[in-house]
Ligand binder design. Sequence first.
Ligand code: FES
Ligand SMILES: [Fe+2]
Length: 406
Amino acid sequence: MLNKESNELLCRVGPGTPMGNMLRQFWVPALRSAKLEAGGAPERVRLFGENFVAFRGSDGRVGFLDEGCPHRGVSLALARNEDCALRCIFHGWKINVDGQVVEVPSEPAGSNLASKIKVNHYPVRDAGGVIWVWLGQGEQPSPFPNIEFTTLPVEQVLVRKGIVHCNWVQILEGFLDSAHVTALHKTWLPKDNSTQGTFPGMMGDMAPRYEIEERPYGFMANAKRAWPDGTQVNRATEYILPWATIIPSALKTIHSITIAVPIDDEYCIYWNISWDTENPIDAESYDAVAGIGTLGPDPDDIYFPRGTADQVWGQNRELMKQGNFSGFTAIPIEDFAVQESQGVFADRSKEHLGASDVAVIRMRRILLDMAKDYQDGKTPRSLDQQIAYDQIHGSHEVILGGAVKN
Ligand code: FES
Ligand SMILES: [Fe+2]
């Protein structure tokens, strides 16, 4: 349970908020790399309640700027991409990837106005099929999180995202809540205690016991399940501060990360990134082995808000009659329906938390402390050291009759 004041501190991320300021110190996955063609159309990006524009010059460099033209505020998402710079279509001012105004054709010849104006621009990294941006305060960007997929060739990485109409913390809470998997997602889980598939052996116990191990980058949440015959199942989810989890699966070479990035207080980007450490991967091959249901073919639109409370978030009762537990067609879509149904801001003063909510409670505490500490001038936890993110994997272990099978 959180009182109203703590809930506001946890959820609000707009300009000047303590949580928003702290989160901006982390590198943010902003858009898929493939969205930016060299010399092609700029993309509008909204993060933490502020609007930006990203573009790729014909030389391949990426610019990430405040959205408004410095002249009179027209969106640079409307601009032409010319010679590694954006030309505003209103009066033709031209701004390069470094935010420098390089031409002001509406001014008299000889004017030095251009040299005096600079647009806010931000450091970017193009890694793992994602454009990352650093929106923080300070001279130097924070250390970049070299999560394993950012080190692989893009053919081995599958990057997908969706937009969810609720506060980002609700999405993150879902990542850290193992107990819901055996209820909400039971349609997709094997019913026996075999070691086959992505999430084997979970259905024997709906009440996992948590053991949390602190890590410099967050924590590892071990959710332990036991069958009446003695089979034990341990899922270890890695929480990577501030908004990501490596979701455990029993697949050997395929790993997945989910990341909840605030667009603003009321909308969230859900990133679902999977990688194969040995082979190329695509949506078709991944969906065939992952067993999480069918996501849309558009990698930038694997989810969009499915409707309102009046439309019960798109739930399909016919599917339920045919044996589907929840009435939704894929694991992430089940998640977002329940999370949107909590309201845009879940009222955490009314909840009744139990033993299965331990990881959620721990995450809230850590983030609240980090926001307050940052206000007091402390570097956010995990940004004060170099961490080997590429070594972090979740694990899903099934122990049958005392022998480790996975
Ligand atoms: S508003 Fe962009 S050039 Fe005038
Ligand atoms: Fe879920």
